[in-house]
Design a protein around this ligand. Structure first.
Ligand SMILES: NC(=O)c1ccc[n+]([C@@H]2O[C@H](COP(=O)([O-])OP(=O)(O)OC[C@H]3O[C@@H](n4cnc5c(N)ncnc54)[C@H](O)[C@@H]3O)[C@@H](O)[C@H]2O)c1
Length: 372
C-alpha cells in the first residue's frame, strides 16, 4: 500500500492523464482529477475517458470540471480533499497553434501552473510530478540525450512553456526546501490501454504521427505526407523515441514512489525507450501488425524540424527502478485496437461538436516527427 493515498491529477481527462489514472488506481491510490475539456471529450461536465477508466479498474475517480485559470474553483476543489501529491498533466500542446496564439499558450500553461503551485503551497501539499517534454532540449547536440543536455534552445512557443515551467520549478524549490518535485521529460507517447477502451481522442487538431497513420489506414485520409526523406538517417526520414503510453503511466507511479521514499527537492528524468525509430520504420511496423496499407508521399524538409531525437533513459532505470517494456509492435497493436473499437473516439463526431463547440477534423496532414 502506498504511504500517500490521495493523488490530485490535473488534465486527467486527457490522453496520458487517463492512462496514468488506470495505473494509479491499480497501484492503490485514490484519484481526484480536474480538467477543463480544452482537449478532451466533455459529456455534460463528465469525462467519458474517466468513466471508461472506472469500468476498466472497477474503482471510482472523483472528477471536477475545473480550469486551472479559475483559481477560486481550483482552491475549492483542493479544499474538499486531503491531497497528498499532485501530477500535473494539464497543458495545451499543439505546436502550430502555439506559434499563432502565444498569449493563449503562455497564459494557459504558465499561469495555470502558477495557480496550481500557489494553491498547493497554501494547503501544505508540495509533492509534485510535472509533465515535461523532450522538446525542452531543442535541437540535440548529442544522442542519445541525457538529462544533462542543455535545455532552452527551443523553436516553438509550446516547448518554451515547458522550459519556462521547468525554470520556475528550479526557482520555487530553491526558495522553499519543502518542495519535492520530479519533472518527467516524455519522448513520444503512443499506443493505448490494451483493453482498447481508452486511447488518444483530442478535440483540437493534432499532428502526432500515429493517429495520422491510423487515419490513413482506416481510410479517412488518402495518404500521409512525410516531410523530409533525405536526412542523414538510416532511411532518410526523421527518428523519434516512441514510448507506449502505459509504460509512461508506470513511470509516474515510479516517480511518486521515489518522492515518498526520499525528499528529492527537484529531480528531472527522461521517459523514453532509448531506441530511435524512423517514420518509415513506424509505418512499416504499423502495416505489418494491422494488415493495412498506409500510402505516403515524401515532400521537402520543413524548416525547424528536428532530425533525430531519442533518450538515454538510464537515470530513470537507476534511480526510479523504471524501464519501458513495450515494443513498437505492441504500441501499434494497442493503438489499432482502440481505433477499431472506437472509430469515432469517445463519441460520434456530431455529439462531440455539440459538446465542445469544436470539430474533430484536421486541416493539414503534417509529419516528419513530432515536436513535443
Ligand atoms: N502527448 C505527447 O506527445 C506529449 C509529449 C510530451 C509532453 N506531453 C505533456 O503531457 C501532458 C499531457 O499530454 P496529453 O498528450 O495527455 O495531452 P491532452 O491534451 O490529451 O491532455 C491534457 C489535458 O489537459 C486539459 N487542460 C488543458 N489546459 C487546462 C486547464 N487550463 N485547466 C484544466 N485542464 C486543462 C485538456 O483539456 C486535456 O484533457 C501535457 O502537459 C503535455 O504537454 C505530451
Amino acid at each position: 500500500m502506498p504511504k500517500w493515498k490521495n493523488v490530485f491529477v490535473t488534465g486527467g481527462a486527457g490522453y496520458i492523464g487517463s492512462h496514468c489514472i488506470v495505473e494509479l488506481l491499480e497501484a492503490g491510490y485514490d484519484v481526484i482529477a480536474v480538467d477543463n475539456f480544452a482537449n478532451s471529450v466533455n459529456d455534460n461536465g463528465e469525462a467519458i475517458s474517466l468513466k471508461k477508466v472506472e469500468q476498466i479498474t472497477g474503482k471510482p475517480v472523483a472528477f471536477y470540471q475545473c480550469d486551472l485559470l479559475d483559481k477560486p474553483k481550483l482552491e475549492e476543489v483542493f479544499s474538499k480533499h486531503e491531497i497528498d501529491c499532485v501530477i500535473h498533466f494539464a497543458a495545451i500542446k499543439a505546436v502550430g497553434e502555439s506559434m499563432q496564439f502565444p498569449f493563449m499558450y503562455y497564459k494557459n500553461n504558465l499561469i495555470g501552473t502558477i495557480n496550481l503551485l500557489e494553491v498547493m503551497q497554501a494547503h501544505g501539499c508540495q509533492q509534485l510530478v510535472f509533465s515535461s517534454s523532450c522538446t525542452v532540449y531543442g535541437n540535440p547536440e548529442h544522442l542519445p540525450i541525457t538529462e544533462t543536455h542543455p535545455t532552452g534552445n527551443i523553436t516553438n512557443v509550446y516547448g518554451r512553456t515547458k522550459f519556462f515551467i521547468e525554470e520556475m520549478l528550479k526557482d520555487v524549490s530553491a526558495a522553499d526546501k519543502s518542495w519535492n518535485i520530479i519533472s518527467l521529460r516524455y519522448f513520444n507517447p503512443v499506443g493505448a490501454h490494451p483493453s482498447g477502451d481508452i486511447g488518444e481522442d483530442p478535440t483540437k487538431p493534432f499532428t502526432n504521427l500515429m493517429p495520422y497513420i491510423a487515419q490513413v489506414a482506416i481510410g479517412n485520409k488518402p495518404y500521409l505526407t512525410i516531410f523530409g526523406g533525405d536526412y542523414e538517417t538510416t532511411d532518410g526520414t526523421g527518428i523519434r523515441d516512441y514510448i507506449h503510453v502505459m509504460d509512461l503511466a508506470s513511470g509516474h507511479v515510479a516517480a511518486l514512489k521515489a518522492l515518498q521514499n526520499e525528499h528529492l527537492r527537484l529531480k528531472v528524468y527522461n521517459l523514453g525507450t532509448g531506441e530511435g525509430c524512423s517514420v518509415l520504420q513506424l509505418i512499416k511496423k504499423f502495416e505489418e501488425v494491422t494488415k493495412t496499407k498506409v500510402p505516403y508521399k515524401i515532400e521537402d524538409r520543413r524548416i525547424g524540424d528536428i532530425v533525430s531525437m531519442y533518450a538515454n533513459a538510464n537515470l530513470a532505470k537507476e534511480e526510479l527502478g523504471w524501464q519501458a517494456k513495450c515494443t513498437v509492435e505492441e504500441m501499434c497493436k494497442d493503438f489499432w485496437r482502440w481505433k477499431i473499437k472506437n472509430p469515432n473516439g469517445y463519441k460520434t463526431d456530431a455529439v462531440k461538436q455539440v459538446a465542445n463547440g469544436t470539430t474533430h477534423t484536421s486541416t493539414s496532414v503534417t509529419q516528419n516527427g513530432v515536436h513535443k
